[in-house]
Design a protein around this ligand. Structure first.
Ligand SMILES: C[S@@+](CC[C@H](N)C(=O)[O-])C[C@H]1O[C@@H](n2cnc3c(N)ncnc32)[C@H](O)[C@@H]1O
Length: 262
């Protein structure tokens, strides 16, 4: 992974951005997002494949490849959804222990069915990840894929740092805001079309229909890959590395460590 350039967001820039995101999206995060994920578990994975014209599989495969864990490691998958990340990690590293945490019981029920299908064991906790229900320094690695746009990062990232053991590593992957305006416009147009196309194929709930504009706005007000690296440093992570995906920073893979001594 390449160390990326500093983006000069600053602590006050981070605080302001989080306040702004909370003001814009707080009600959607609290009321609509839980409804969206109540509706989608049975077709969540297929829906992602259709919405991304197949790129989802490549994205998850690339992300799981960035995760390095020793046998016996304890791994926490935050916003685990249907356990896509945890199942793939356990199939690659059978000696590790994976715990999943997500607010949606429906997504986790589907995740447990999938884990049984693949004959792997994943501990499941239903909780809001803004307050992780784990002791300090409980995990060697934490993963978070495709959910941070829906979260208050000034609360969640310090929580992730807290539950990591000194020297433990956080792996992050999400759709981010492209740095170049023209790429962002193309990207949002693509997202608009793909969400409409997926709704047509699978049908969608009222909550999902109401979230169509939100999905685009959440990216417009999110962080670029460079800004996200800086946010991780501001929160207290060290050895922050980022690899942008092949799509010009629309998806990036971050890796950041909790300092060995705090
Ligand atoms: C797009 S899905 C991603 C699932 C999984 N990480 C993956 O990559 O397939 C987002 C997940 O975040 C969960 N989520 C959103 N906000 C949450 C919160 N505040 N606390 C816990 N889970 C949350 C949703 O329930 C949903 O399962």
């Amino acid at each position: 992974m390449d160390e990326d350039a500093s983006a000069a967001l600053g602590r006050s820039g981070f605080e302001q951005r989080e306040q702004h995101r909370r003001a814009l999206f707080g009600p959607t995060w609290a009321a609509l997002i839980p409804d969206v994920f109540r509706d989608v578990p049975s077709y969540y994975r297929a829906g992602n494949v259709v919405a991304s014209f197949g790129l989802w599989e490549l994205w998850v495969w690339q992300f799981v490849n960035t995760v390095h864990v020793a046998p016996g490691s304890a791994v926490l998958d935050v916003c685990a959804g249907t356990n896509d990340v945890g199942i793939r990690l356990l199939r690659r590293h059978p000696g590790i222990k994976v715990t999943a945490v997500d607010r949606s019981r429906e997504m986790q029920d589907e995740g447990q069915r999938r884990a049984q299908h693949y004959r792997v064991a994943i501990d499941s906790r239903i909780a809001d990840v803004h307050r992780l229900p784990f002791d300090d320094a409980s995990f060697d690695a934490v993963t978070l894929q495709a959910a941070s746009r829906h979260l208050q990062l000034d609360l969640v990232l310090p929580e992730i740092l807290r539950v990591l053991r000194p020297g433990g590593v956080f792996y992050h992957c999400d759709m981010l805001k492209p740095r170049r305006r023209v790429v962002e416009r193309l990207y949002l147009a693509f997202l608009h079309a793909s969400v409409a196309w997926t709704a047509l194929v699978f049908g969608s709930s009222e909550a999902s229909r109401q979230c169509r504009e939100y999905f685009k706005r959440a990216i417009s007000h999110f962080y670029t890959a460079e800004e996200f690296s800086e946010v991780l440093r501001l929160v207290g992570f060290v050895d922050v590395r980022c690899r942008k995906s092949i799509w010009g920073g629309m998806v990036a893979f971050h890796r950041a460590a909790r300092p060995a001594q705090r």
